[in-house]
Design a protein around this ligand. Structure first.
Ligand code: HEM
Length: 431
């Protein structure tokens, strides 16, 4: 990545899908220019109504918040920058979709505090510990499956099934349903990427029907768990009652969708970007491999900074205010570009260097401090840590061996496919 911004700021259009198909280095160059020259740039909204009958006509556009300090400022002031008006997508979601996709992440206080209280009680340390024990088991099993092959698609064989299985196990979904969950969460999180759509599909309709499919699955599961309680998160969520408060069936459904989409794509992409970075920076890999336990304490967060798996979240201005000297008006939409904030040269020394010992590392990959800070951050860190540790021990010379295939998505910084190679080894069972 060239550190000198050489792009014309007027040529940058974050609403154009073509921007999100550019190589990462080009995108990073554009964000460097925005941070330097137009840190709260205005962009018209993409016109999604040309590809979807469900999409409303474009609204009045948005400001792209690209500097770290501004992302932090907006995140910590939900009274000025709210999440509930039209949800956290660029477009205000059509009514039909709000029910499914406007879960906790698209609410404000007092509703958000109430939902987060109930859900956090179900995410008890005991339950998270139990899930964490499962990560090693799942990672070990996935590695066994490919160990003799000497190579595979890292995303589809290792990174994706790990995060998917963890979330599904956590909720108590049987393995027979994992493929459905994988397909639906891909459609929802990467809407617009044709790999996940049938030819001629309306992207928003496809998202909606994927949402219906997941709700149907989870409604059946929670009905079953009412009579057959067990130790899974579904049982905890349907039985959690804090001071007389419990989730309504609609809240339960949208929380499930949020977990499946928020916890699946993001962790998968962190692990895939992690392998890619360790391949591109062999010196950093040597440091990690020499002392995985110690280095993971800083290395995992560096992977999340490096990957920045969520491109942005939206907030809506609640009253006229000023951000970084610029006037914003009630109703303005602001998009917090986490990847840009995570390369902000005024906060990170050598931001384009992958440094597994980086400390401090005030990245905002999980969001900045504020009420919506990622609920699954601890779990995600553990998944990345355990998977890399298992890989570097079991397949010590594993490396990316082909060009990564980027997901074309405005929302998710995804890798769809990444070939890897390693010296074939026997699976543990026959070792
Ligand atoms: C590396 C992996 C992950 C990344 C990069 C990530 C990133 C994020 C980001 C950027 C937000 C929004 C923060 C904001 O608006 O201020 C968020 C929220 C959230 N994440 Fe994650 N996430 C990850 C993994 C997970 C996992 C594993 C789960 C669940 C098991 C999860 C559940 C959630 C939930 C429920 C919210 C909404 C919290 C709220 O609105 O109060 N995430 N995450």
């Amino acid at each position: 990545m060239t550190h000198v911004p050489t792009m014309n700021v007027d040529d940058i259009d974050l609403s154009d899908m073509a921007f999100w198909a550019l190589p990462w280095s080009e995108r990073e160059r554009a964000f460097a220019v925005l941070r330097a020259e137009r840190p709260l740039a205005y962009f018209p909204e993409p016109d999604l109504s040309t590809s979807s009958a469900l999409a409303p006509p474009p609204g009045r556009g948005y400001r792209a918040v690209t500097r770290h300090a501004d992302v932090v400022e907006v995140s910590r002031h939900p009274e000025l920058y709210c999440s509930s008006k039209g949800a956290i997508s660029i477009i205000d979601l059509p009514e039909e979709m709000v029910e499914f996709f406007a879960g906790m992440i698209s609410t404000d206080n007092p509703r958000h505090a109430r939902l987060r209280r109930i859900v956090s009680a179900a995410f008890s340390p005991r339950r998270i510990n139990a899930i964490e024990c499962g990560i090693e088991e799942v990672a070990g099993r996935l590695i066994d499956r490919v160990a003799t092959l000497g190579g595979c698609d890292f995303v589809t064989e290792l990174a994706a099934p790990l995060s998917l299985e963890i979330i599904c196990d956590m909720m108590g979904l049987p393995p027979s349903e994992h493929a459905t969950v994988f397909r639906c969460s891909n459609i929802i999180a990467s809407s617009g990427d044709h790999e996940y759509l049938e030819p001629g599909d309306d992207p928003l309709e496809a998202m909606l029907s994927a949402g219906y499919e997941l709700v149907d699955l989870l409604t059946k599961l929670s009905a079953f768990r009412k009579d057959h309680p067990t130790d899974d998160l579904t049982t905890a969520l349907i039985s959690t009652n804090i001071d007389g408060e419990a989730l309504t069936p609609a809240e339960l459904a949208s929380f499930f969708i949020l977990l499946l989409t928020a916890g699946n794509e993001t962790t998968r992409n962190s692990i895939s970007h992690g392998l890619l970075a360790l391949t591109e920076f062999p010196d950093q890999r040597a440091i990690w491999q020499a002392d995985p336990t110690t280095v993971a304490a800083t290395g995992v967060d560096e992977i999340v900074r490096w990957a920045s798996p969520v491109n942005w979240m939206r907030r809506t201005v609640t009253e006229d205010t000023v951000l970084s000297g610029e006037e914003l008006h009630a109703g303005d939409k602001v998009l917090l570009f986490y990847g840009s904030a995570n390369r902000d040269e005024s906060v990170f020394a050598d931001p384009y260097t992958f440094d597994v010992l980086r400390h401090p590392n005030p990245h905002v990959g999980f969001g900045a401090a504020g009420p919506h800070f990622c609920l699954g951050a601890h779990l995600a860190r553990r998944e990345v840590d355990v998977m890399l540790r298992e890989l570097l021990v079991r397949l010590p010379d594993i490396e990316a061996s082909g060009e990564p295939e980027q997901a074309v998505s405005r929302f998710v910084n995804g890798i769809k496919h990444l070939q890897c190679r390693f010296t074939p080894t026997a699976p543990r069972s026959s070792a």
